[in-house]
Ligand binder design. Sequence first.
Ligand code: SF4
Length: 411
Amino acid sequence: MKELSLYIHVPFCKSKCNYCNFYSIPLTKLKKTYNSNLAELYPGFLIKEIGINTEKYHLENASINTIYFGGGTPSVMTVDFFKSLMEFIGKNFKIAADAEITAEVNPESCDLEKLYCLKALGFNRLSIGVQSFDGGVLKTAGRIHNKNDIYRTVSNAKKAGFANISLDLIIGLPGQTKEIFLDDINNITDIAPQHISAYMLSIEEGSLFYKIHNDKNHFPVNKPPEFIGEEKIADYYIILCEILNGQFYEHYEISNFAKNGYRSRHNINYWNRGKYLGLGPSASSFFKLEDGKEIRKTNIPDLERYIRNISKDNYNYEEKNCPIKKRNSIRNKNGGDFVEILTENDKINEEIFLSLRTSSGINEKRLRELAGAEIIDKLIKEGLMENFKGNISLTLKGMLLSSEIFARIMI
Ligand code: SF4
């Protein structure tokens, strides 16, 4: 039986956050732009896409180990949305008895009733988008929830029976002074979730923050946000790691911390290069085919064009050889909708940088063979990597500089 993870992208949000460049459409814009209610029709397109991929990649007998509804904001969807998809997946695949089934929810769009329904449908893990507890920081970030919404959602989640809760935090949002950040950590550790994801803010192209960063006049209100420098963000990250370590969270990946037994199995599958099917605009999939080929497929980040593609009778992706190093430029040219056949070098590079994201790292002998002994010795000498029980992993300093390290060791 082939093991598979499923990712379902929900490309809708109540409103757009100022730091976000994920593919999502604010619901108000959706209603203004399209006549029909696309959010209601959306599960039909996802179901069609499952059918197309099942046939093309022979997924009929797959056993689903993890399912992840991410976005966007899955919690803006109705219970019927989750019900129709879970029923379809249950009828067409074998869902493992101990499958990890996660929904991302935002504090302003998830009430107790919806949480009870999710639990009844088989969801057993929630990832709640907290980001900060400070009203001013949340407002500048364009978030539309407040501290009380967070506490209410966590309490409702527990009431509904969720015993595996992850909270998302952003490190270095504008206005997040050290005091505010320490307060954010205190509030999170008081809640004591089973899992914490903490991402260092980066100003991504396509976000409002990116525009403001390059042109201060772009901010819609009088006072533009004050961005926090990289050095300070690095200090915050180290503080967070030390505090969470003291609270017995395992720092098992650059941005992820878990109590014993609560690592995200869905994400571990990504880092282990396990197979997954991603559905919806902008979602990625990874398959290992019987002929030894490995394929990474990325859906177009555009709802209308995604629907057009899915609705075609002869829907087919163009398959190309595309070295990872060129992936982004080729993706842009093609509008993001293509399948790459990984080269041997791609496979090696992926193995190296995905393993090195994790605290267990990669077998030292294998890494030296793949990347060359000289560069590894250099990175160890620079204090960016360390050797533990025959495995090489990144030090805390290395985790902060992971992108530079990956660029240096990519073959
Ligand atoms: S951060 Fe999340 S809630 Fe905010 S716009 Fe992006 S996807 Fe939507």
